[in-house]
Design a binder for this molecule. Structure first.
Ligand code: G1P
Length: 289
């Protein structure tokens, strides 16, 4: 079955990036000159997704505006002869169909996904968490979709993380099937290092069967008092198989300040217009340390 829809939760308050996020949604903070959410939407588009569902909240309307047309701006850019930028803005507005639904209370990631149930309907769908930027030759969601297409079961992205970071993630216990593929046996959200069943962390890309919605509805608040997607997946395991895939690619955790700086430097180094001056600056800054 072809997967057309992707859910992207964007209702979070972004308190870790205050005061920047007092009035600007964290998803619009730029990595160089592109709002981070645009990279995430681009990954969905490049994976073959046809419709994005934002689960949004108060003060987040400008995220949708970013993917809409801006006639006043087009006019000014045309008048000034800046046609290239006018075309770039047009391409962003035409990237993908976008719909949204509000998460009225901050009850957790599982609840955010649940809020999209009517817009998704009874079909499998992808979930992309906007705090994870993933650079990959084959987009990460596409890698998961390939497994879904073969197995017809839910698939989640995994990455091995160091022991001292494991408490920040959902963690799985799984039986290895092939070099990167796991048959998930158990999941736990943000375990203490000594209780973690492995070092295989869930990264923010999922392809899920629609059964997850009725299970999320029954999921009680867990870690942090929130309804966790990880706990919903644990219920799914009672009924169906769940696969985990150690994706191929580089992931940046931009929900974290160091991760955000790392992504900014890495993306700047990939830009032909910035690469050389940034390298020169980093070299001189390090020499002056
Ligand atoms: C969420 C999930 C967690 C996952 C992580 C990946 O946590 O709940 O299972 O490992 O994303 O980035 P958050 O980082 O939103 O607290």
């Amino acid at each position: 079955m072809k997967i057309n829809k992707a859910v992207i939760p964007v209702a979070g308050l972004g308190t870790r990036f205050l005061p920047a996020t007092k009035t600007v949604p964290k998803e619009l903070l730029p990595i160089v000159d592109i709002p981070s959410i645009q990279y995430v939407v681009q990954e969905a588009v490049d994976s073959g997704i046809k419709e994005v569902i934002f689960v949004t909240g108060r003060g987040k309307d400008s995220i949708e505006d970013h993917f809409d047309v801006a006639p006043e701006l087009d006019l000014v850019l045309e008048e000034r002869g800046q046609t290239e930028m006018a075309n770039t803005l047009k391409r962003i507005a035409e990237m993908i169909e976008i719909v949204s639904v509000r998460q009225k209370r901050p009850l957790g990631l599982g609840h955010a996904v649940f809020c999209a149930r009517d817009l998704v309907g009874n079909e499998p769908f992808a979930v992309l968490l906007a705090d994870d930027l993933i650079e990959a030759e084959v987009p990460c969601v596409r890698q998961l979709l390939e497994i879904f297409e073969e197995k017809n079961e839910s698939v989640i992205a995994l990455m091995k993380v160091p022991e001292n970071e494991i408490h920040r993630y959902g963690v799985i216990k799984g039986n290895g099937i092939s070099s990167r593929l796991y048959d998930v046996q158990d999941l736990v959200e943000k375990p203490a290092a000594k209780e973690a069943p492995s070092r295989l962390a869930i990264i923010g890309r999922y392809v899920l069967r629609p059964e997850i919605f009725s299970l999320l509805e029954k999921t009680s608040p867990g870690t942090g008092g929130e309804i966790q997607l990880t706990d919903g997946l644990l219920h799914l395991l009672e009924k169906r198989k769940l696969y985990g895939y150690e994706f191929v690619g580089e992931r940046y955790d931009i929900g974290d300040k160091y991760g955000f700086v790392r992504a900014t430097v890495a993306y700047a180094l990939k830009r032909p217009d910035l690469r050389e001056p940034v390298i020169a600056y980093l070299r001189s800054a390090l020499n002056n340390e």
